[in-house]
Ligand binder design. Sequence first.
Ligand code: DC
Length: 227
Amino acid sequence: MTARSIITIDGAAGTGKSSVAGLLAKKLDAGCLDSGAMYRAVAVLAIDFDIKPTDGLALANKVNEVGISFNWEKDPPTVMLGGVDVSERIRELDISGIVSSVAKQPEVRAVLMDQQRIIASTHPLLVTEGRDQGSVVFPEAIVHFFLEADLAERTKRRTKQLQESGNDVHPDVVAEDIKNRDHIDSTRSDGPLICPEGAVVINTSNHTLEEVVEKMEHIVRRTLSNQ
Ligand code: DC
């Protein structure tokens, strides 16, 4: 079975992809895939099994051995490693510190891309977010969105998110982490962060979550009704 319709949301860290994707999926009654959670789960494997974040082959083999999946019954869906819920673990700072290196490895990208395509094939309508979802994994998506936001706004959002999940971080540290990850994500050779061709670009800095989602929902519904 192939997915009837895929909507992709690409963009850098802190542009609002996750919140926007979750709300948009709800409004459209669609599945919602957080592809970053899969990369973060691989970073958990690196730490738990003492594998170097740069050893792509060992990480990809470990992914195939342990298995990454989602519990779609949960809202938002929880990411699982070998049946164990790691959705809280993946948000901790040690994971954020190595996940870009993990995500740089072509073997890791290849194995996760295959899994993302399999997941899409089981959903009639899927909203998927992540840096390469529209540009590399699902070029056939019916709508590609590309979110942007100013660094100050992204730092504010990320700091709040981390503090709410119990990480006592200073905004300067978060800003450095974002800048560092932006650099790695946009300069890596495999699946760099780019705006997909034909994407609808939205700057979310001065708009509420609801405003952004309303605009996106309108575009998606119009596209669906023209299919
Ligand atoms: O969106 P996030 O911060 O949870 O993503 C975590 C990391 O995973 C980030 O550094 C980039 C990487 N990533 C990626 O390379 N491709 C994706 N589709 C999603 C995330």
